[in-house]
Design a protein around this ligand. Structure first.
Ligand code: SF4
Ligand code: SF4
Length: 476
């Protein structure tokens, strides 16, 4: 007798989530509307920064290496703010998971939001769960092909809108839109839209829950973040079992629990799992099964909450006949408070740094070849390349002087020694770095290597200063 080789891969079981209504479904609608609106509207918001800076509220300007976010402008040397935002996002995710399980996955993750949107389109075009199953099982025909093509076309339009919106975060949106439709945009813009359209279409339309269960690392990481005090979607088996059909449970109520085995909680699940089998990696904590079961409980006249958001501690308390703690106590346990403190500390540090950062600075690099030179009057000359950064979106007058070097005179490569003086005045254009080649002449007597500092002062009404340590080299 021959046996078929054992396959390491299980064939995907189709998931056809049934439409459901209830508190959590409406919450999902609201989160979907807000997140999609933020994604699609943000690049079109304007923010007046004056005539020298872009007026797009949120812009990642790769060409000029700037990140604009409303009143905040991040320069490349301030990348630590972006790092801080990423740390806050990471800790924020830990905080949410520790408090309410995979609520991010269930409500706000882009994969969830777009899959949900695609499923609504599918229900709208193919009908609810049973009609979808029938259509899937039906033999291919002209009618089936037409319905498939119609659905895929709508999915493709959504995917194109998704990929298309992304590029507007990287250039002035109205200009890029015009260039895009007239065929004059950069080829990277078309390539980006094509890639994102394809990935949205495939991930949202076909891969769906497989991304959450097999591809995403987050379900594996989150298990380390959940404990007996984390809120998770729980089936109260001590109340539901022994399950049986409505007829049986009504005939012998003492033998059966509250679950009437109607499978509505499974039918609405977007990942196709049965929460009655306990916590599983496939549960994204969307709580749609709570809505479905609550409706069933209402119809058969039993208390709601057979499936509920609760912690393991509260579930054990309820099982033992004690009252569960108030939800706020479930949310505020030690781990959540630690994450909240960490998240707030990083946020406060970033706000403080943003509020106190200088909008101008100076840096200097010394010429090494030759490092020092004796001039005809016996003084020693050193040369420097000095950079003045103006982070404001207007031109600023600045004065460069030298501190801690007695008898020094300065001049630039534009004027020459005859114009040597004790300060150099210049105007730095908006949002830019001005480069000066600066020469310093100082008396020959003194230390071979003498510390001093360049200082820059803005001479307009707002003022501001910065300082850059340097050293002056003499000849033996
Ligand atoms: S919806 Fe409620 S009653 Fe129906 S099978 Fe699920 S847990 Fe049981
Ligand atoms: S089991 Fe319930 S909470 Fe978990 S994914 Fe399915 S419907 Fe959502």
């Amino acid at each position: 007798m021959t046996t078929a080789p054992l396959s390491l891969y299980e064939k995907r079981k189709g998931v056809y989530p049934k439409a459901v209504d209830g508190f959590y479904r409406r919450l999902k609608w609201a989160v979907m509307a807000v997140t999609l609106a933020i994604y699609w509207i943000t690049p079109w918001l304007r923010w007046d920064r004056g005539p020298y800076a872009p007026d797009q509220a949120v812009l990642i300007d790769l060409a000029h290496r700037r990140f604009y976010m409303f009143a905040i402008e991040i320069w490349p040397h301030e990348f630590y703010y972006v790092a801080g935002l990423l740390v806050m996002a990471g800790v924020g995710l830990f905080l949410v998971t520790s408090a309410v399980g995979r609520a991010w996955c269930g409500y706000a993750c882009p994969q969830t939001v777009w899959t949900d949107l695609y499923q609504h389109v599918e229900r709208w075009m193919d009908g609810d769960r049973n009609a979808q199953i029938r259509l899937d099982k039906a033999r291919w025909s002209v009618a089936k092909l037409a319905r498939r093509l119609a659905k895929w076309s709508v999915w493709l339009v959504i995917a194109f809108g998704t990929g298309g919106a992304w590029i507007f975060y990287f250039a002035d949106a109205p200009t890029l839109q015009h260039q895009f439709w007239t065929g004059t945009a950069a080829s990277v813009a078309y390539a980006t839209v094509a890639i994102l359209t394809a990935t949205t279409f495939i991930l949202g339309g076909f891969m769906r829950e497989q991304v959450c269960i097999y591809m995403c690392p987050w379900p594996r990481i989150q298990t380390a973040m959940l404990d007996e005090k984390s809120l998770v979607v729980t089936y109260k088996h001590w109340r539901g079992e022994q399950r049986g059909s409505l007829k049986k449970t009504q005939a012998a109520p003492t033998e059966f629990g509250d679950c009437i085995d109607c499978d509505q909680c499974v039918a609405v699940c977007p990942t196709g799992i049965d929460i009655r089998q306990g916590p599983q990696i496939g549960c994204i904590t969307c709580a749609l099964c709570i809505d479905a079961c609550d409706k069933v409980m209402g119809q058969v006249g039993r208390p709601r909450g057979l499936i509920d958001y609760c912690t393991e501690d509260d579930a054990n308390a309820e099982k033992a006949g004690r009252a569960p703690r108030p939800v706020i106590r479930s949310l505020l346990h030690v781990r959540t408070l630690v994450y909240l403190t960490l998240w707030s500390a990083v946020g406060a540090a970033m706000l403080f740094a943003l509020g106190t950062r200088t909008r101008m600075d100076i840096s200097a690099q010394q010429d090494r070849n030759p490092i020092a030179m004796r001039l005809s009057d016996g003084t020693i000359r050193n040369a420097f390349t000095v950079k003045l950064r103006n982070m404001e979106s207007r031109p600023r007058p600045m004065r460069v002087t030298v501190e801690g070097l007695a008898g020094v005179s300065l001049w630039t490569d534009r004027d020459g020694r005859a114009d040597a003086r004790t300060a150099i005045d210049t105007i730095v254009p908006p949002d830019s770095v001005a480069k000066l080649r600066l020469f310093l002449a100082a008396p020959a007597h003194g230390p071979l290597r003498q510390d001093f500092a360049f200082t820059v002062r803005a001479t307009d009404r707002e003022g501001g200063t910065d300082r850059e340590p340097a050293h002056f080299e003499r000849l033996q």
